[in-house]
Design a protein around this ligand. Structure first.
Ligand code: C2E
Ligand code: CA
Ligand code: CA
Length: 532
């Protein structure tokens, strides 16, 4: 406490360079007054007069001058030291500010928020008054604008959004959490309802943003939580606002959602799932099964699609769509996919050489410029010929960043891997773009095959896709064939290949080998035999 007080006094003195000299002069005048009171000057005068022979007056003058010079020197060096202290203090202040603010938008950052949370955690909860509303704000459509405008354009959008948040007075503190995520604190003691504030913030952020003459509409999803109602720990309440915001992303039908306890339970469940998934990956418990792909003209199996399988202890089988999504979110999809591909290639090496291995890639992988290199390395390491590998890519993988995905696909083609467009008809890719990519195969999504005989619209789509495939010189595979009726109609329509429970369900590596050896040596198997 005393040290702190001294430090403050020192800073005050350093800040005002006249204080110290004034103090010294004050002391000098005090000494002079005491000396005058005791007639010291007369005493010195008579002393120097009495000892004139020793030149005592010159000595006194010398002492006086040396004293003054010493004082002047001390004053200069002290002033210099003070200037340095001041400079250092202002540099420290500046560094401190920078470390707690986002350099692009000037808004407080995560670190600032953390310190604020620590401070609040130490303070008495009642000092926060009626409480706070926490808004977790995520911009919708920012990524698209960023891709379109480039990084500087994306930065301009973020700066505009920050300005709007700063100038809106319903918010007490706005923080940039990172990327396109922001956080806002609303002081309810000022009579504001966080729900209303969230609606207003959304309306403000939805106003068009014009950048380089192009107008963009940026939306916002806002999760809200209340302090202290939702939790007496403000850090938890901030986390809850994020959970509510993620819920909006999941539900996709609302823009402002208030936190509810089930979201926290779901997040714990999710964290447990993540741990189990990592454990299973490390133990090699996620393995591919194989579903036959059949040539509908010759009734022969031309290959197998690898489909990942995981039986989660205590829960049973988990859908690959679910755990692949978790792996994507956790950033471990590359490892999972690499491991699965290695296992699948090793399994497929035991099949007849003409059978292909069809392997699903996640959309996230098509943003990885090293994908081609990685796949080449795996194929080399297990000595599996690239011509036997076909990779399945969904349209959604192309919608995100077409040019980058096209580059990666071109790399894969150049090493001899075949390309198949999966779930065709469910995405939003445009045909002129698709025709630029050298696909070998279109897979008609199973949703069109389900009822296509009885639904004229679905029938029209299936026919269009088959003729599109024909005109582009691509193979077409119909997915999800479950009954003889569907198979017959597809054959009549000239669909080249098929896949579905009727032709064979996905089975493990050993059963796949049995299926292949049941076909007799050689390459062919009759569909009837499989279906039977
Ligand atoms: P997909 O690539 O469209 O795979 C076909 C899905 O349809 C598989 O579901 C398969 O079991 C199922 N299926 C096949 N025939 C029929 C049928 O006649 N009727 C019905 N109702 N379904 C049929 P599964 O194995 O649950 O896989 C779901 C999705 O998970 C896959 O859809 C694929 O997108 C993804 N996936 C599976 N394995 C992997 C993988 O190793 N990596 C990646 N990235 N994704 C995978
Ligand atoms: Ca597939
Ligand atoms: Ca599919």
């Amino acid at each position: 406490m005393v040290a702190l007080g001294l430090q403050k006094l020192k800073r005050l003195i350093a800040a005002n360079r006249f204080v110290e000299p004034l103090m010294v002069f004050g002391a000098a005048i005090l000494v002079w007054m005491i000396a005058a009171g005791f007639d010291v000057f007369e005493f010195v005068h008579s002393l120097t007069h009495d000892f004139e022979v020793y030149e005592l007056d010159e000595l006194v003058l010398l002492i006086f001058l040396i004293g003054n010079a010493g004082y002047y020197y001390a004053y200069r060096s002290e002033a210099k030291k003070n200037r340095e202290i001041l400079l250092r203090a202002s540099a420290e202040d500046e560094l401190d500010w920078l470390s707690k603010h986002d350099s692009l938008t000037g808004l407080p950052n995560r670190r600032f928020l953390q310190e604020l949370l620590n401070e609040k955690a130490e303070s008495d909860p009642s000092s926060i008054g009626t409480g706070l509303g926490v808004l977790s704000i995520d911009l919708d459509g920012f990524k698209k604008a960023n891709d379109l405008l480039g990084h500087s354009g994306g930065d301009a959008v973020l700066m505009e959004v920050s300005e709007r948040l700063k100038s809106y007075d319903g918010i007490d503190v706005a923080v940039r959490q990172g990327g396109d995520e922001f956080l806002a604190l609303v002081d309810r003691a000022k009579g504001r309802d966080p729900m209303d504030v969230a609606e207003e913030v959304r309306a403000i952020l939805c106003e068009p943003v014009t950048c380089d003459g192009v107008t963009h509409i940026i939306g916002a999803s806002i999760g809200i939580s209340y302090y202290p109602e939702d939790n007496s720990d403000l850090a938890k309440v901030v986390q809850y606002a994020d959970l509510a915001m993620y819920e909006i992303k999941r539900l996709k039908d609302q823009s402002v959602v208030r936190f509810e306890p089930y979201m926290d339970e779901a997040s714990h469940e999710r964290a447990k799932m993540e741990t189990d998934l990592l454990t299973a990956m490390n133990a090699g418990e996620i393995r591919p099964h194989y579903q036959p792909l059949v040539n509908l003209e010759t009734n022969a199996i031309y290959g197998f699609e690898a489909l990942a399988r995981w039986t989660r202890p205590g829960y049973g089988p988990v859908s690959p769509e679910a755990f692949v999504r978790v792996a994507e979110d956790m950033g471990v999809i590359t490892k999972l996919s690499d491991d699965l591909l290695r296992m699948a290639c090793l399994d497929a090496k035991a099949w007849p050489d003409e059978l292909i291995l069809s392997f699903n890639l996640s959309p996230v992988q098509l943003t990885d410029p090293l994908l081609g290199l990685r796949i080449t390395k795996i194929l080399d390491s297990v000595d599996f010929p690239p011509r036997r590998l076909e990779v399945e890519i969904t349209e959604s993988a192309l919608v995100q960043d077409f040019d980058r995905a096209a580059d990666i696909l071109a790399q894969l083609r150049s090493i001899g891997v075949k390309l198949s467009l999966d779930d065709f008809g469910t995405g939003y890719s445009n045909l002129s773009q698709l025709s630029k990519l050298d696909f070998d195969r279109l897979k008609v999504d199973q949703s069109f095959i389900r009822n296509f005989q009885s639904e004229p619209k679905q029938m029209a789509i299936v026919k269009t896709v088959l003729s599109l495939g024909n005109s582009l010189g691509l193979y077409t595979t119909a997915e999800g064939i479950e009954n003889q009726e569907q198979l017959k109609v597809l054959q009549e329509l000239g669909c080249g290949c098929g896949q579905g429970y009727l032709l064979g369900r996905p089975v493990d590596a050993a059963a796949t080998l049995e299926m292949i050896s049941g076909m007799g040596h050689g390459d062919l198997v009759s569909v009837q035999k499989l279906a039977g």
